[in-house]
Design a protein around this ligand. Sequence first.
Ligand SMILES: C[S@@+](CC[C@H](N)C(=O)[O-])C[C@H]1O[C@@H](n2cnc3c(N)ncnc32)[C@H](O)[C@@H]1O
Length: 196
Amino acid sequence: MKYFDEIEKSARERHIPVMEKEGLEFLIQTFNEHQCHRCLEIGSAIGYSAMMMVSNIDDFVVETIELDDARYLEAIQNIKEQQLEDQIEIHHDDALTFDINDLKYQEFDCLFIDAAKAQYQKFFEKYMPLVQKNGICIVDNLDFHGMIFDIDHIKNRNTKQLVKKIKRFKDWIFNHEEYQVTYYGIGDGICVIKRK
Ligand SMILES: C[S@@+](CC[C@H](N)C(=O)[O-])C[C@H]1O[C@@H](n2cnc3c(N)ncnc32)[C@H](O)[C@@H]1O
Protein backbone atom coordinates (compact mmCIF):
# COMPACT_ATOMS: atom_id res chain seq x y z
CA MET A 1 0.00 0.00 0.00
CA LYS A 2 1.32 3.41 -0.92
CA TYR A 3 0.81 6.04 1.80
CA PHE A 4 1.10 9.81 1.87
CA ASP A 5 2.24 10.12 5.47
CA GLU A 6 3.53 13.70 5.27
CA ILE A 7 0.26 14.97 3.80
CA GLU A 8 -1.77 13.07 6.38
CA LYS A 9 0.39 14.33 9.25
CA SER A 10 0.21 17.91 8.06
CA ALA A 11 -3.60 17.66 7.75
CA ARG A 12 -3.96 16.30 11.29
CA GLU A 13 -1.70 18.98 12.74
CA ARG A 14 -3.95 21.63 11.21
CA HIS A 15 -7.17 19.84 12.22
CA ILE A 16 -8.17 19.20 8.62
CA PRO A 17 -10.41 16.13 8.84
CA VAL A 18 -8.99 13.40 6.63
CA MET A 19 -10.01 9.77 6.73
CA GLU A 20 -8.28 7.48 9.24
CA LYS A 21 -5.80 4.96 7.78
CA GLU A 22 -7.91 2.00 8.90
CA GLY A 23 -10.98 3.36 7.16
CA LEU A 24 -9.06 4.18 4.01
CA GLU A 25 -7.56 0.71 3.84
CA PHE A 26 -11.07 -0.70 4.16
CA LEU A 27 -12.35 1.64 1.44
CA ILE A 28 -9.54 0.64 -0.93
CA GLN A 29 -10.04 -3.06 -0.20
CA THR A 30 -13.79 -2.78 -0.79
CA PHE A 31 -13.42 -0.89 -4.08
CA ASN A 32 -10.83 -3.48 -5.16
CA GLU A 33 -13.12 -6.39 -4.27
CA HIS A 34 -15.96 -4.85 -6.24
CA GLN A 35 -13.62 -4.16 -9.18
CA CYS A 36 -14.42 -0.47 -9.16
CA HIS A 37 -12.55 1.86 -11.52
CA ARG A 38 -14.33 5.19 -11.36
CA CYS A 39 -15.22 6.97 -8.12
CA LEU A 40 -17.18 10.09 -7.35
CA GLU A 41 -16.09 11.57 -4.02
CA ILE A 42 -18.02 14.25 -2.15
CA GLY A 43 -15.59 16.16 0.09
CA SER A 44 -11.98 16.18 -1.13
CA ALA A 45 -10.40 18.28 1.65
CA ILE A 46 -6.73 18.43 0.57
CA GLY A 47 -6.96 15.46 -1.80
CA TYR A 48 -5.54 12.86 0.57
CA SER A 49 -8.19 10.12 0.22
CA ALA A 50 -8.41 10.62 -3.57
CA MET A 51 -4.62 10.27 -3.85
CA MET A 52 -4.67 7.14 -1.68
CA MET A 53 -7.38 5.57 -3.83
CA VAL A 54 -5.80 6.21 -7.23
CA SER A 55 -2.37 5.13 -5.97
CA ASN A 56 -3.56 1.84 -4.51
CA ILE A 57 -6.23 0.60 -6.91
CA ASP A 58 -5.34 -0.46 -10.44
CA ASP A 59 -6.77 1.54 -13.31
CA PHE A 60 -8.67 3.92 -11.03
CA VAL A 61 -9.88 7.51 -11.42
CA VAL A 62 -11.55 9.84 -8.93
CA GLU A 63 -13.76 12.84 -9.61
CA THR A 64 -14.14 14.86 -6.42
CA ILE A 65 -15.88 18.02 -5.17
CA GLU A 66 -14.62 20.41 -2.47
CA LEU A 67 -16.34 23.53 -1.16
CA ASP A 68 -13.59 25.19 0.87
CA ASP A 69 -11.29 27.58 -1.06
CA ALA A 70 -8.03 26.92 0.80
CA ARG A 71 -8.48 23.14 0.89
CA TYR A 72 -9.34 23.05 -2.79
CA LEU A 73 -6.18 24.99 -3.67
CA GLU A 74 -4.07 22.76 -1.46
CA ALA A 75 -5.60 19.65 -3.03
CA ILE A 76 -4.72 20.97 -6.50
CA GLN A 77 -1.15 21.54 -5.33
CA ASN A 78 -0.84 18.08 -3.73
CA ILE A 79 -2.27 16.33 -6.77
CA LYS A 80 0.12 18.22 -9.04
CA GLU A 81 3.14 17.47 -6.87
CA GLN A 82 2.32 13.77 -6.93
CA GLN A 83 1.66 13.93 -10.69
CA LEU A 84 -1.81 12.48 -10.29
CA GLU A 85 -3.65 15.07 -12.42
CA ASP A 86 -4.59 12.44 -15.00
CA GLN A 87 -6.36 10.34 -12.39
CA ILE A 88 -8.00 12.96 -10.17
CA GLU A 89 -10.47 15.55 -11.41
CA ILE A 90 -11.35 18.08 -8.74
CA HIS A 91 -14.17 20.64 -8.72
CA HIS A 92 -14.37 23.68 -6.49
CA ASP A 93 -18.04 23.90 -5.62
CA ASP A 94 -20.82 23.18 -3.17
CA ALA A 95 -21.84 19.61 -3.93
CA LEU A 96 -25.43 20.41 -2.99
CA THR A 97 -25.83 22.99 -5.76
CA PHE A 98 -23.15 21.72 -8.18
CA ASP A 99 -24.42 21.19 -11.73
CA ILE A 100 -23.87 17.51 -12.46
CA ASN A 101 -23.58 18.33 -16.18
CA ASP A 102 -20.18 19.80 -15.31
CA LEU A 103 -18.84 16.41 -14.28
CA LYS A 104 -16.17 14.93 -16.53
CA TYR A 105 -17.71 11.48 -16.20
CA GLN A 106 -21.45 10.88 -16.26
CA GLU A 107 -21.37 7.42 -14.72
CA PHE A 108 -19.44 5.94 -11.79
CA ASP A 109 -19.11 2.51 -10.22
CA CYS A 110 -18.57 3.87 -6.72
CA LEU A 111 -19.56 6.87 -4.66
CA PHE A 112 -17.74 7.98 -1.50
CA ILE A 113 -19.63 10.49 0.64
CA ASP A 114 -17.30 12.28 3.06
CA ALA A 115 -18.58 15.88 3.30
CA ALA A 116 -20.97 17.72 5.64
CA LYS A 117 -22.53 15.00 7.78
CA ALA A 118 -25.86 16.78 8.20
CA GLN A 119 -26.39 16.57 4.44
CA TYR A 120 -25.69 12.87 3.87
CA GLN A 121 -29.19 12.10 2.62
CA LYS A 122 -29.18 15.02 0.16
CA PHE A 123 -25.77 13.99 -1.21
CA PHE A 124 -26.92 10.39 -1.50
CA GLU A 125 -30.17 11.26 -3.29
CA LYS A 126 -28.42 13.61 -5.70
CA TYR A 127 -25.40 11.48 -6.59
CA MET A 128 -26.48 7.83 -6.23
CA PRO A 129 -28.39 7.99 -9.57
CA LEU A 130 -24.98 8.52 -11.24
CA VAL A 131 -23.76 5.20 -9.89
CA GLN A 132 -24.33 2.26 -12.19
CA LYS A 133 -26.69 -0.57 -11.24
CA ASN A 134 -24.12 -2.83 -9.60
CA GLY A 135 -22.11 0.02 -8.11
CA ILE A 136 -21.62 0.79 -4.44
CA CYS A 137 -21.68 3.77 -2.12
CA ILE A 138 -19.52 4.13 0.99
CA VAL A 139 -20.41 6.53 3.79
CA ASP A 140 -18.05 7.23 6.68
CA ASN A 141 -18.45 8.65 10.22
CA LEU A 142 -21.85 7.16 10.88
CA ASP A 143 -21.32 6.72 14.62
CA PHE A 144 -20.06 10.23 15.29
CA HIS A 145 -17.62 9.22 18.03
CA GLY A 146 -20.18 6.83 19.51
CA MET A 147 -22.54 9.73 20.26
CA ILE A 148 -25.19 8.31 17.96
CA PHE A 149 -25.86 5.60 20.54
CA ASP A 150 -26.45 8.06 23.38
CA ILE A 151 -28.11 11.15 21.91
CA ASP A 152 -30.03 12.06 25.08
CA HIS A 153 -26.80 12.75 26.95
CA ILE A 154 -25.33 15.17 24.38
CA LYS A 155 -25.25 18.61 26.02
CA ASN A 156 -24.15 20.83 23.13
CA ARG A 157 -27.27 21.81 21.15
CA ASN A 158 -25.55 22.00 17.73
CA THR A 159 -23.82 18.66 18.21
CA LYS A 160 -27.10 17.11 19.27
CA GLN A 161 -28.83 18.42 16.14
CA LEU A 162 -26.03 17.07 13.94
CA VAL A 163 -26.02 13.65 15.57
CA LYS A 164 -29.81 13.49 15.21
CA LYS A 165 -29.45 14.20 11.49
CA ILE A 166 -26.85 11.46 11.08
CA LYS A 167 -29.14 9.07 12.93
CA ARG A 168 -32.04 10.09 10.69
CA PHE A 169 -29.94 9.27 7.61
CA LYS A 170 -28.88 5.96 9.13
CA ASP A 171 -32.48 4.98 9.94
CA TRP A 172 -33.64 6.10 6.49
CA ILE A 173 -31.03 4.19 4.51
CA PHE A 174 -31.20 1.03 6.66
CA ASN A 175 -34.95 0.86 6.10
CA HIS A 176 -34.87 1.81 2.44
CA GLU A 177 -36.59 -0.78 0.25
CA GLU A 178 -34.26 -0.24 -2.71
CA TYR A 179 -30.93 -0.48 -0.88
CA GLN A 180 -29.07 -3.09 1.08
CA VAL A 181 -26.73 -1.67 3.72
CA THR A 182 -23.86 -3.37 5.50
CA TYR A 183 -22.40 -1.67 8.55
CA TYR A 184 -18.77 -2.08 9.62
CA GLY A 185 -17.54 -0.88 13.01
CA ILE A 186 -14.33 0.39 11.46
CA GLY A 187 -13.01 3.80 12.46
CA ASP A 188 -16.08 5.85 13.22
CA GLY A 189 -18.54 3.49 11.53
CA ILE A 190 -18.67 2.82 7.80
CA CYS A 191 -21.60 1.70 5.65
CA VAL A 192 -21.44 0.00 2.30
CA ILE A 193 -24.65 0.58 0.35
CA LYS A 194 -25.74 -1.45 -2.68
CA ARG A 195 -28.93 -1.66 -4.69
CA LYS A 196 -31.05 -4.71 -3.82
C1 LIG B 1 -13.97 14.91 6.09
S1 LIG B 1 -13.39 16.09 4.95
C2 LIG B 1 -12.94 15.14 3.54
C3 LIG B 1 -11.70 14.32 3.77
C4 LIG B 1 -11.17 13.62 2.56
N1 LIG B 1 -12.18 12.79 1.92
C5 LIG B 1 -10.01 12.75 2.97
O1 LIG B 1 -10.23 11.73 3.67
O2 LIG B 1 -8.87 13.07 2.61
C6 LIG B 1 -14.90 16.80 4.43
C7 LIG B 1 -14.74 17.93 3.40
O3 LIG B 1 -15.99 18.17 2.81
C8 LIG B 1 -16.06 19.54 2.49
N2 LIG B 1 -17.47 19.89 2.32
C9 LIG B 1 -18.39 20.13 3.27
N3 LIG B 1 -19.57 20.40 2.72
C10 LIG B 1 -19.40 20.35 1.38
C11 LIG B 1 -20.26 20.56 0.27
N4 LIG B 1 -21.54 20.89 0.44
N5 LIG B 1 -19.74 20.41 -0.96
C12 LIG B 1 -18.44 20.07 -1.15
N6 LIG B 1 -17.58 19.88 -0.12
C13 LIG B 1 -18.05 20.01 1.11
C14 LIG B 1 -15.37 20.23 3.66
O4 LIG B 1 -14.90 21.51 3.30
C15 LIG B 1 -14.25 19.24 4.00
O5 LIG B 1 -13.03 19.61 3.44
